[in-house]
Design a protein around this ligand. Structure first.
Ligand code: DX5
Ligand code: ZN
Length: 227
């Protein structure tokens, strides 16, 4: 398994995003997680296309854009044009999920589908062979700094089994919400490879050191606890 650390800029200092990006890059970040919220699908408003455009100029890291919005189809193209490399969409709002995944791929980005904590794994059964990755929400989306929901571990295992059964063993699982030094080993052991972390990195006062420590702990767990 290949661990990738995806710091979520939701907990960064929005007036100093460039500085914060440089800190997590030095700390070993592999991609930048960008949480887009519309105040409808989730009870919070965050950032949009112009910010992604600016981030694109500020970093070489892939931009991993998580769309927590009611109508993602309308915004896929603008976000990819702005520089998004991965786009993840919530299955809860998409009646034509298969078409949406095809559209993301056609426009040249990696396509991910996201499951809320209350959404069953069976919701992605029919697209399991088509996705580039699956994002398992381990908190209810909307805010950073929430507590990890323990049942998410069983869900990560079930998604891994589904992807493998569908012949899509190459597709990684991303986990988002409450990932920190106390939960990171268990999510990796359950099968997650892309790790989103906001508060655990930017809330510490030293984003570089926290990113490095979290990635080392994840890689240690991925080696089965061996040095
Ligand atoms: C939650 C967002 C997350 C959030 C994670 O709605 O999707 O990406 O930033 O934050 P932490 O790591 O603080 O739980
Ligand atoms: Zn997210």
């Amino acid at each position: 398994m290949t661990i990738r650390l995806a710091p979520s800029i939701l907990s960064a200092d929005f007036a100093a995003l460039g500085r914060d990006l440089e800190a997590v890059t030095r700390g070993g970040a592999d991609q930048v997680h960008v949480d887009v919220m519309d105040g409808h699908f989730v009870p919070n408003l965050t950032i949009g296309v112009p910010v992604v455009k600016s981030l694109r100029k500020a970093t070489k890291l892939p931009l991993d854009v998580h769309l927590m919005i009611t109508d993602p189809d309308r915004f896929i193209e603008p976000f990819i044009d702005a520089g998004a490399n991965m786009i993840s969409v919530h299955v809860e709002v998409l009646p034509h999920l298969h078409r949406t995944i095809g559209q993301i791929k056609k426009l040249g980005a990696k396509a991910g589908v996201v499951l809320n904590p209350s959404t069953p794994v069976s919701a992605i059964e029919e697209v399991a062979a088509d996705v580039d990755f699956v994002l398992v929400m381990s908190v209810n989306p909307g805010f950073g700094g929430q507590v990890f929901i323990p049942r998410s571990l069983a869900k990560i295992r079930a998604v891994r089994a589904l992807l493998d059964r569908a012949g899509n063993s190459a597709a990684p699982i991303e986990v988002d919400g409450g990932v920190d030094m106390t939960t990171v080993a268990s999510v990796v052991e359950a099968g997650a490879e892309w790790l989103v972390a906001g508060h655990a990195i930017f809330g510490s006062g030293d984003a570089e050191t926290s990113a490095r420590a979290l990635k080392e702990a994840a890689e240690h767990a991925a080696r089965g606890g061996r040095r």
